[in-house]
Design a protein around this ligand. Structure first.
Ligand SMILES: C[S@@+](CC[C@H](N)C(=O)[O-])C[C@H]1O[C@@H](n2cnc3c(N)ncnc32)[C@H](O)[C@@H]1O
Length: 178
C-alpha cells in the first residue's frame, strides 16, 4: 500500500469519526447551530450576570457564547461539549483571545455533568430533549437562585422571570430556580 493510500485512509477514518461524533451530539441534545452574535448583548442583559459568577453553556459548540461573555465580563465560564471536533475548536480558540474572565471547556455529555456549581446556565437545545432529560436534572441539581437562560425555546412548565422578544429575532427566556 502506498503512503498516499495510507494518508487517504487515515483522513477518511478521522472524518467518519468526526461526523459520527457530531451526529450523536445532534441526536442527544441538539445539532450544532451557533447562537447569533447579534443576540449576545440581549443574553447578557437579561441574565444580569455579576462579576465572578459561574456561567455554564450546556453544549457550547465552538464557544460562541462563552467567548463573547468572557471577553466582556470577569466571570468563570464553563462550556460543555460532547462532539469532539467542536470541543477541539473551542479549546484551540481559547489561545487566540484576551479574556476578562476565565473560560474552561469540558469534553463530555452535559446530562452527566454536575451543574450544582452554576450561577447561570445557558441552553440552546431541542425542546423535547430539554423537557425529557435536562429539566428534571436542573430541578434536582441546581442551587436556589440559579438563572437559566433559554435561547429560542421556552421551558414548558416553568414560570418565566423574564422574556426578551424582538420582532425578527429569536426570543430569550429567563428562569430563576426556586
Ligand atoms: C444548538 S447548538 C448550541 C451551541 C452553543 N451553545 C451556541 O449557542 O452557540 C447545541 C450544541 O450542543 C452540543 N451537544 C449536543 N448534545 C450534547 C450532549 N449530550 N452533551 C454536550 N453537548 C452536546 C452539540 O454538539 C452542539 O454544539
Amino acid at each position: 500500500m502506498s503512503l498516499f493510500s495510507i494518508v487517504f485512509l487515515i483522513i477518511i477514518f478521522i472524518l467518519t469519526f468526526a461526523f459520527l461524533s457530531l451526529a450523536i451530539a445532534g441526536i442527544s441534545f441538539a445539532p450544532w447551530v451557533p447562537t447569533s452574535k447579534k443576540d449576545i448583548k440581549r443574553i447578557i442583559e437579561i441574565a444580569q450576570i455579576k462579576d465572578g459568577q459561574v456561567v455554564y453553556d450546556l453544549g457550547c459548540g465552538i464557544g460562541t457564547v462563552i467567548f463573547a461573555i468572557t471577553k466582556q465580563l470577569p466571570v468563570q465560564a464553563v462550556g460543555i461539549e460532547r462532539a469532539w471536533p467542536l470541543f477541539l475548536i473551542c479549546s484551540a480558540r481559547k489561545n487566540f483571545y484576551s479574556l476578562k474572565g476565565a473560560a474552561r471547556f469540558e469534553f463530555g455529555n452535559l446530562f452527566k455533568k454536575d451543574l450544582s456549581g452554576a450561577d447561570v446556565i445557558y441552553i440552546f437545545g431541542m425542546p423535547g430533549k430539554v423537557m425529557q432529560k435536562l429539566k428534571p436534572k436542573m430541578e434536582k441539581e441546581l442551587k436556589k437562585g440559579t438563572k437559566i437562560i433559554s435561547y429560542v425555546f421556552p421551558v414548558e412548565g416553568w414560570k418565566e422571570s423574564g422574556v426578551d422578544k424582538i420582532n425578527g429575532r429569536p426570543s430569550i427566556y429567563l428562569y430563576i430556580k426556586e
